[in-house]
Write a protein that binds this ligand. Structure first.
Ligand SMILES: [Zn+2]
Length: 344
């Protein structure tokens, strides 16, 4: 079967290759992939710019849903023909202290689809039953495939940060995770919701407005710190979500968070910071990392997507066959669109 394979660390080492259909074990299902989201991390790996370990060669794709084509003999609760989505935690250590407390996403030995283990940019993928979730018939696979990034955003906004109705929330970085975090903040009752980008993000900031942001900043190179001094009482935001990751974004987050406020950092940035963290101390700000998601978050997000309470349609701008992967990657990389989904 065809598969989109990332075969080496050098930039642009991605191509469609023929691979065998995977053999499943007793606790696995063979999933016929119906839709798979393109993630910024797929693009980072394609460009050779990722800061995580990759097991080359590996099939890309970790945001996916499909129909169970075959099940192992120990699989309970799932049948052939069931519509499901899968978490990304393909391999975990069941005895790790983090797994034992339900935080298997933080198990240092965890291996995820598309980097540690062959992912879903191919017609069939092997999935252990412990990470499957049923989805209702009314939830289209193109939308369901984006459960994973919605779970990342859920954790950044509502898990590792707890938005309360009326909170003022700023999101730095209007990429897919930033925009989905904005949606999560909106449905959590954020009072003011400000999305911050750069002139290169003009298109994505338009989408932020469509999603319900009360203000968008940065498309014209606005001075965000000066703007914040004239916002509400002038002391800054209750919560700042850093969905950009570069050190300048954390610097800005520290500048615009209010005393005793919180910063939720979900964006990655391998470079050193090069600025003082003293304002964090002086303002007694909580700086909270947020990584991945786990079972209860998936169940909640599937509920939100199925009921329509979480409407991500403005973020999904392209659905293409797998063969058009390169155009889809480039559309996202250039910022022309927010998110693409492939149909293998
Ligand atoms: Zn992702």
């Amino acid at each position: 079967m065809p598969a989109l394979v990332n075969y080496a660390a050098e930039p642009e080492s991605v191509e469609i290759r023929e691979i065998p259909v995977p053999e499943i074990g007793d606790n696995d299902v063979l999933l016929a992939v119906q839709a798979v989201g393109v993630c910024g991390s797929d693009i980072h790996q394609c460009k050779g710019k990722q800061s995580w370990k990759v097991n080359y060669p590996v099939v890309l794709g970790h945001e996916f849903g499909g129909i169970i084509a075959k099940k192992g003999r120990n699989v309970r609760g799932f049948e052939e023909g069931d519509r499901v989505v899968s978490e990304t935690h393909a391999v975990i250590d069941l005895t790790s202290p983090f797994t034992r407390q339900g935080l298997y996403n933080l198990d240092p030995n965890r291996r995820g689809y598309g980097a540690g283990v062959d992912g879903a940019m191919t017609p069939f993928v092997k999935v252990p039953d412990r990470i499957l979730h049923h989805i209702p018939n009314q939830l289209a696979f193109e939308i369901a495939a984006l459960t994973e990034p919605c779970c990342v955003a859920y954790n950044a906004a509502c898990g590792n940060a707890g938005i309360k109705p009326g909170d003022s929330v700023a999101i730095i970085g209007p990429g897919p995770i930033g925009l989905l975090s904005a949606l999560m903040a909106k449905i959590s009752g954020a009072g003011d919701l400000v999305v911050i980008g750069t002139p290169a993000d003009a298109k994505r900031l338009t989408v932020a407005t469509e999603l319900g942001a009360t203000a968008v900043l940065g498309a014209q190179g606005e001075d965000v710190v000066a703007w914040t001094k004239n916002f509400r009482d002038g002391y800054g935001f209750d919560l700042v979500i850093d969905a950009a990751g570069v050190s300048a974004a954390l610097k800005l987050a520290i500048d615009i968070v209010r005393p005793a406020g919180q910063i939720s950092k979900v964006g990655w940035g391998p470079q050193p910071l090069n600025f003082s963290l003293d304002p964090l101390v002086q303002k007694a700000v909580t700086l909270q990392g947020s990584f991945s998601h786990n079972w209860p978050i998936w169940e909640r997000v599937i509920g939100l997507l199925s009921s329509g309470q979480l409407d991500i349609r403005p973020v999904l701008n392209r659905v293409s066959p797998l063969e058009q992967w390169h155009e889809a990657f480039e559309d996202m990389h250039s910022g022309r669109i927010v998110k693409a989904v492939l149909k293998p």
